[in-house]
Design a protein around this ligand. Structure first.
Ligand SMILES: Cc1ncc(COP(=O)(O)O)c(C=O)c1O
Ligand SMILES: N[C@@H](CCCC[NH3+])C(=O)O
Length: 420
């Protein structure tokens, strides 16, 4: 069921007509559906039910809004965080420290300390150097850090190269060939309880086979480590499951993913963690925007210039990503257009030669599948500020992030006296 659908010719988010939100909050604005988030959280959990008791850690980077995190917390999810900022957000949303996993290749000393002070449940260590530093800090504090070693399985995830993380040349994890040696060293350090292995090969995967290949390598490593006398009790299988951005894209369902994981991990005898992000949040949000004007007379199709831009939704500019673009009150007529934002960069193009609903100046439209890696990747480029975020729940809705005006950002800047 789509919680962003036409009713009486007007697109709604659940029971709320989008023009009402545009009228009261202005545009551009991200709109999230609580019901969609909850449904995805449950579908993913149910898909893994055959695996027994697993730990679900929502990838905060995909959508760190506090209201979104609260929904996930109420659904029994913990958090996968990659910075001190995300860690504090997870705690602010009421997630238990024990349910927080700290990933990331460049955790600073201060971030490691923060994780230790908060007694988070798991550090996913990405290098020997990081492991040594964490062990030293923990030993100084007289505590023991719970940790896994993130390995790099050298598997091509078959996704966009900028979001692929499991090939040998990527910066993430410890190469599989060095994993045994690294594990042996770190497992012997005071301050560290190295209890398992983690893997994450990339995002927006549309095929299960690279995941399966990576998990099989993890399984072999677990067996190896046990043969070498290590006690391996935890494995973190990361996130990465793709979502459909356009018609005809058919990512594996959570159920297919769950069945594959159950098959591959059979007999491992470990506690499993998962770090889903996009599959939960992606289709739970749209970016609502208004057409500034339609510019005609060039060589190609008209430019539909919307008030959202690459600073608000970076994915098309960064990865050439596709987001469906639909009128909020479609007339039934269609057009072919270049859909662009107002930023002074040709890269500020959401779609070229796109067949879409016919739109005119002042009309509303949405970019779909903007709930993950949308608002969170915004910048204030061209001094455009940050857009607001709204969450809808049935017929009620609330602003869950205020619009940040350009003036608020420049308030944090100053001209030094010697320049006055
Ligand atoms: C370590 C880690 N875990 C989880 C995720 C979440 O991935 P996704 O949003 O593709 O599920 C990412 C991002 O790719 C990640 O880097
Ligand atoms: N930002 C990326 C996903 C990155 C995943 C990071 N682990 C995207 O929008 O697709």
């Amino acid at each position: 069921m789509d919680h962003f659908a036409l009713r009486g010719g007007v697109m709604h988010a659940e029971d709320v007509p989008l023009p009402v939100i545009a009228q009261e909050v202005g545009t551009p604005v991200y709109v999230y559906s609580r019901a969609t988030l909850e449904r995805h959280a449950r579908v993913f959990r149910d898909a893994l039910a055959p695996l027994g008791d697993v730990h679900l850690a929502f990838a905060v980077k995909s959508n760190p809004n506090l209201a979104v995190l609260k929904v996930m917390q109420r659904e029994g999810y913990g958090a996968d965080v990659v910075s001190g900022g995300e860690l504090m957000r997870a705690l602010a949303a009421g997630m238990a420290p024990a349910d927080i996993v700290f990933s990331g290749v460049g955790k600073t000393r201060a971030e490691l300390l923060l994780g230790l002070e908060k007694r988070i449940g798991q550090f996913n260590i990405e290098s020997r150097e990081e492991g040594r530093e964490l062990a030293e800090l923990a030993a100084e504090m007289g505590v023991e850090a719970q940790a896994t070693l993130r390995i790099n399985p050298d598997v091509d995830a078959g996704t966009h190269e900028k979001i692929s993380t499991g090939r040998a040349e990527n910066k993430f994890g410890i190469p599989l060939v060095h994993a045994r040696e690294a594990f042996a060293e770190l497992a012997g350090l005071e301050g560290l309880n190295l209890r398992g292995v983690a893997v994450h090969i990339g995002s927006q995967l549309l095929d299960l086979s690279p995941l399966e290949a990576a998990f099989e390598k993890v399984g072999a490593l677990v067996a190896n480590l046990r043969e070498a006398g290590h006690n391996v009790t935890h494995v973190d299988l990361g996130g990465g499951l793709g979502v459909p951005y356009k018609a005809g894209e058919n990512p594996p369902s959570p159920a297919e993913y769950g069945a594959m994981v159950a098959r591959v991990t059979k007999g491992w005898g470990v506690h499993l963690t998962f770090e889903p992000g996009r599959v939960i949040a992606g289709n739970a949000g749209v970016l609502l925007t208004r057409v500034v004007r339609v510019k005609r007379g060039g060589n190609g199709p008209p430019f539909v210039i919307v008030d959202a831009a690459m600073n608000d939704l970076a994915r098309p500019a960064l990865y050439g990503a596709w987001h469906d673009f639909e009128a909020v009150e479609p007339s039934g007529e269609r057009m072919t257009a270049n859909i662009v934002g107002p930023i002074c960069e040709t890269g500020d193009t959401f779609a070229r030669d796109r067949e879409c609903d016919a739109l005119q100046s002042g009309e509303l439209a949405v970019f779909r599948t903007a709930g993950a890696y949308g608002a969170t990747m915004a910048s204030s480029y061209n001094s455009r500020g940050f857009v607001a975020e709204v969450m809808v729940d049935g017929s009620q809705w609330a602003v869950v992030a205020d619009r940040i005006a350009p003036e608020t950002i420049s308030d944090a800047e100053r001209v030094p006296e010697w320049l006055e």
